[in-house]
Write a protein that binds this ligand. Structure first.
Ligand SMILES: C[S@@+](CC[C@H](N)C(=O)[O-])C[C@H]1O[C@@H](n2cnc3c(N)ncnc32)[C@H](O)[C@@H]1O
Length: 206
């Protein structure tokens, strides 16, 4: 994991200047997420990167925590939050796997993260432990299993160069099964177009 953290540290500057691929889909995901937000909610976003989404969402809830294991990503995120004057947004440097199972969050977001995890089932189960009963798990995930798309060539590359994060191969159905297997009910599963990331809003049972 230390090596992939280095990869994200090195990429942080380029990542922060990158344009959003599908602006329309991104806006819709923001709106679909905010439809579930209430002003009293406590929200955590894991793998928040340079904080673009955190800065947009935080004003819609009581408390928003962005988590990422890359300190360089978080340096940029903190500057962005300060520039935007968002005061209820804090950042924490940690890996998902090392976070406490606090059970106090109303919603946990993982955007472009699950396909990077070595053990997606364990990661999703750990998210479930952070949430209150009835809490929401909102994710956006690249699902390249079962496709012949160009992204598949990225699969073997990480194994050759350990600096690169592993891009895991799984299908949309397998991802949905993982989410349900961790005790979530899927409220919405949306793929803007073929090959695009799968956006899932799921509710923890209980
Ligand atoms: C593809 S970027 C996505 C950033 C942001 N969520 C977005 O959608 O633009 C993945 C981010 O997750 C972070 N990350 C990867 N694995 C992680 C882990 N196990 N725990 C915490 N952060 C992780 C990386 O440092 C990086 O900032």
């Amino acid at each position: 994991m230390a090596d992939t953290r280095r990869f994200w540290n090195l990429l942080s500057g380029i990542y922060s200047r990158q344009k959003i691929g599908d602006e329309n889909a991104y806006r819709k995901k923001l709106a679909k997420t905010q439809d579930h937000f209430r002003p009293d909610m406590v929200v955590r976003e894991i793998g928040c990167g340079t904080g673009t989404t955190a800065v947009i969402h935080a004003p819609h809830v009581a408390d928003y925590e962005g988590v990422d294991f890359s300190g360089k990503m978080l340096d940029i995120a903190r500057t962005r939050a300060a520039d935007a004057g968002v005061t209820n947004l804090t950042f924490r440097q940690a890996a998902l796997e090392d976070l406490d199972a606090t059970g106090n969050f109303d919603a946990v977001l993982a955007l472009s993260l699950l396909h990077l995890l070595e053990d997606r089932d364990a990661g999703i189960a750990h998210v479930a432990e952070m949430l209150k009963p009835g809490g929401l798990f909102i994710s956006s995930t690249v699902c390249i299993g079962g496709t012949n798309g160009w992204l598949k060539v990225l699969g073997p590359i990480p194994r050759a160069f350990s600096l690169f994060p592993i891009l895991k191969h799984f299908t949309r159905a397998e991802l949905e099964a993982s989410v349900q297997g961790a005790g979530f009910e899927i409220v919405e599963s949306w793929q803007p177009k073929e090959g695009a990331s799968v956006f899932i809003i799921a509710r923890k049972s209980g």
